[in-house]
Design a protein around this ligand. Structure first.
Ligand code: FAD
Ligand code: FES
Length: 268
């Protein structure tokens, strides 16, 4: 599903920020933006200290899926991995953001009567948390399997609505299942092979989910990530090859793609 963004970028106020385990959750007002569809994303830049000063690296806005959207406000979740997320982690209530979006295509609902299984890893949680809320409100049966590095990161699972039953896996076994999230997904599919899988996470995890679903003939929708410069189809920096031939732009043809369209998820 796609909700169309208003033309141009909007300057909006940061209304708060919290730490949830290893992640930062940022809240912003967006009174003039439409309600986005789960799986869509925004291009974000801090209004100040973003490539304008002498010692600052000039950089483009960064793509972030929204985590929640309610009463004219949006929330995002991210981990500090570089200069953009470091600056975003420093924002507090009263600061301002440039925001463009919502962009791209979101998830499509499962056929009537089929369950949804959400498979997420690390910073892949936001679109799945938003989707869990929408599916739950529409009476679709939904469960989540979520993978993290360790117990500190696994606190991010709290961002998925509590109404969605969830199982957690960690790489170091400090909480939940000691192993890969695909092992939990495999067990879920043993119980219900007719479910539709929705996945977002690091490329290696997403590729493992894609391969597992293909092997079992399970329908899956994957929220892809790619390096993005513009976010709206102009730069072709985000292309991925597709089975039908040629390439698609993740920002406008995705980020959610049906798994049957891709041969393998490219590593960054
Ligand atoms: C549609 C979409 C939605 C996204 N949603 C989220 C989100 O909700 N939360 C979140 O934390 N991140 C999300 N990302 C990833 C985020 O945009 C990048 O991690 C961002 O570039 C980080 O900026 P930076 O300046 O901090 O680090 P950079 O200097 O840009 O990158 C730091 C490191 O991360 C790697 N990297 C950069 N971009 C990506 C990418 N797209 N995927 C994986 N690794 C990357 C780089 O190779 C480098 O090693 C999303 C990306 C896309 C395309
Ligand atoms: S990010 Fe520019 S075309 Fe996709």
């Amino acid at each position: 599903m796609r909700v169309t963004a208003p033309f141009g970028r909007r300057r909006v106020a940061v209304t708060g920020a919290d730490d949830v385990g290893a992640y930062r959750v940022l809240h912003a007002a967006d009174p003039d933006g439409p309600v986005p569809a789960p799986g869509q994303f925004y291009m974000l830049a801090a209004a100040t200290g973003w490539g304008a000063g002498e010692d600052e690296r000039p950089f483009l806005p960064r793509a972030l899926s929204f985590l929640g959207a309610a009463s004219g406000g949006l929330s995002f979740m991210f981990e500090e991995v570089g200069p953009g997320t470091r600056r975003l982690c420093g924002l507090v209530a009263g600061d301002e953001l440039w925001l463009t979006g919502p962009l791209g295509n979101g998830f499509a609902a499962p056929p009537d009567g089929q369950r949804a299984i959400l498979a997420g890893g690390g910073v892949g949680i936001p679109p799945l948390a938003a989707w869990a809320g929408t599916l739950g409100a529409g009476d679709v049966a939904v469960a989540a399997v979520l993978g993290f590095r360790d117990a500190h990161h696994a606190e991010g699972a709290r961002l998925v609505p509590a109404s969605c039953p969830q199982a957690v896996a960690t790489d170091d076994g400090s909480v939940g299942h000691h192993g890969l999230v695909t092992e939990l997904l495999s067990a879920e599919l043993d119980r219900d092979a007719a479910a539709v899988v929705y996945a977002c996470g690091p490329p290696r995890m997403l590729e493992a989910v894609r391969a597992l679903c293909e092997q079992r003939g399970v329908s899956a929708q994957l929220a892809l990530e790619a390096g993005m410069a513009c976010g709206f189809g102009a730069c072709f920096g985000c292309v991925v090859p597709v089975r039908e031939g040629g390439y698609v732009r993740v920002c406008v043809d995705g980020p959610v793609l049906d798994a049957s369209r891709v041969d393998a998820i490219p590593a960054h």
